[in-house]
Write a protein that binds this ligand. Structure first.
Ligand code: PNS
Length: 162
């Protein structure tokens, strides 16, 4: 059985993330979306909010082979705990490469058996990031089409209050 772990901060989960997840769900028997619970990072959305919004997406999109989990500490430990065979990440512009290259090097050092696969972002999503969504939302701009419709209102309201 092939099992992928798709880790990230998902603060919040965007349509770019959904694109990567859809590709991963088509490739692996089972995929875990692993939300990083990192207290140092001061996320805009709590771990509970991020998990709930991802769960909304899984239900809305009728994913039957995707589960959502949370982790802190090392990703490779979490991957081992769910018997993952691969890590999944998305790549947008070349600027992502340097960052991903470093993460991969560290993960390989920690677990030489675990490999990462990358999905290129759709051209329409190459500029999209959770940070952009937060900035647009904070200034009252439209986030329609940038986050899954099922979570749009909740994200807009939440960011407007900040
Ligand atoms: O969405 P992000 O913030 O780019 O995701 C980064 C993430 C969660 C993949 C990375 O920070 C991570 O794996 N953190 C857990 C700690 C760890 O395992 N570090 C070693 C690899 S850098």
């Amino acid at each position: 059985m092939t099992i992928g772990v798709y880790p990230g901060s998902f603060d919040p989960f965007t349509v770019g993330h959904l694109d990567v997840l859809t590709n991963a769900a088509g490739l692996f028997d089972l995929v875990y979306v692993a939300v990083l619970h990192n207290v140092d990072k001061r996320p805009a959305f709590t771990i509970e909010e991020r998990m709930e919004m991802i769960q909304n997406v899984l239900t809305a999109e009728h994913f039957s082979n995707v589960r959502c989990g949370t982790f802190d500490g090392l990703l490779v430990e979490y991957a081992r705990s769910v018997r993952a065979t691969h890590i999944v990440r998305g790549l947008r512009a070349t600027s992502d490469f340097e960052y991903e290259f470093q993460i991969d090097a560290v993960n390989r050092h920690l677990d030489s058996t675990l490999r990462t696969v990358y999905f290129m972002a759709s051209p329409g999503h190459s500029f999209l990031s959770s940070s952009n969504v937060k900035e647009i939302g904070l200034w009252g701009g439209s986030i329609q089409g940038l986050v899954p419709a099922v979570n749009e209102e909740r994200i807009r309201e939440r960011l407007a209050k900040k």
